[in-house]
Design a protein around this ligand. Sequence first.
Ligand SMILES: *Cc1c(COP(=O)(O)O)cnc(C)c1O
Length: 427
Amino acid sequence: MDTSESARLFREASKVMVGGVSSPVRSFSSVGGNPLFIARGEGSKIWDADGNRYVDYVCSWGPLVLGHCDKDVVDAVLREVRNGTSFGAPTVPELELAKRIASALPSVEKVRFVNSGTEATMSALRLARAYTNRTTFLKFDGCYHGHADPFLTQAGSGLATFDLPSSAGVPAGGTSVITIPYNDMESLDEAFREHGGELAAAVVEPVAGNMGVVPPEPGFLEKLRGLCTEHGSLLIFDEVITGFRVSPGGAQGLYGVRPDITCLGKVIGGGFPVGAYGARAEVMRLVSPEGPVYQAGTLAGNPVAMAAGLATISKLDGHAYSRLEEASTALEEGIIRGAAACGVEVTVNRVGSMVGLFFGPGRVNDYSTAKASAHGLYPRFHRKMLEEGVYLPPSPFETIFLSTAHSDEDVDATVAAMKHAFKGVSA
Ligand SMILES: *Cc1c(COP(=O)(O)O)cnc(C)c1O
């Protein structure tokens, strides 16, 4: 496979862009080799700068639930662009998208649009702190909530101490955050027993999608909901990935657990930079201009981005979700069959069109079991899959995403390619 043009572009990019990329995971540093420059996409396929074609399972890290260049999304975007791209004033597309979100999520009466998932979670935390008049918050190991300072921490030693920064430039002790293992009921009890009265919020990915895919165990989200209510803390669901992807009502619709604040992003932007946070009116009225919590954005609610999101969500009917489920089930079963045939032990975690592939036999239900999987095999697997024309996430701790554009033929070809790749890694 010739990827010399990508290699040349990457060398050039590395001179003028940090690491040659605009976001670190794109650099292929987890899998080795150079990142591919992508020239275009159509449906389930992408083409790199050398003209190689791939079935795309990154889907822009989740937003492209309809695949690339869906005709209705492209039409809506072009229509909107011709009207003007930004006004810094209210427009109809944001009103329409807000109505769609509020009707899809019973926990949300009002929303505020922002430009990224990072802004959504950052603002949701500020809101929860203002609402409760508390500072500390609880999060879960292996969950990702964007790159705002308070979330860039790792668990300290036990619950007695607060967490340590996980990035340079984040002040130690400045964040008042407690991190406990995902799906761990005992730690949950302990954290609330010791700190419940101080917790402004608990923030969670209701399906974890940034340590591979780790679904919530039965009772975990329910217990978290109960403890938050009992201790007067707000429950923040980070549905930046899961919103409109795992069900029309997101993970909260799928599991029937109602958060106080919901963060959205990815799918609601239809491939454009969008985030949002929402809650019942009684909570949202604290946000400026109704209330004292300051939060603003020059390009927030951008009409082109809103039109893309609206066109995307409008196509997510029952048929679309069944198609996602069908294709994703076929991929899951194909992976398991293919691995078994090659004598490679794998664990597949799947919620709808989010698929997590872990090497190794053990159950993966939190970050430590995700890390304990034999992810050392992944770089070779990833490389072989590229050679087979399949573009998987360039990190073992990311989600494989399907879109409604992924056909049975795509999945069959992927499963066939995986058999070769599994043979390659087991050899
Ligand atoms: C992607 C992601 C974010 C951050 O969104 P950005 O748009 O990249 O800032 C936050 N939370 C979760 C769960 C995500 O997957």
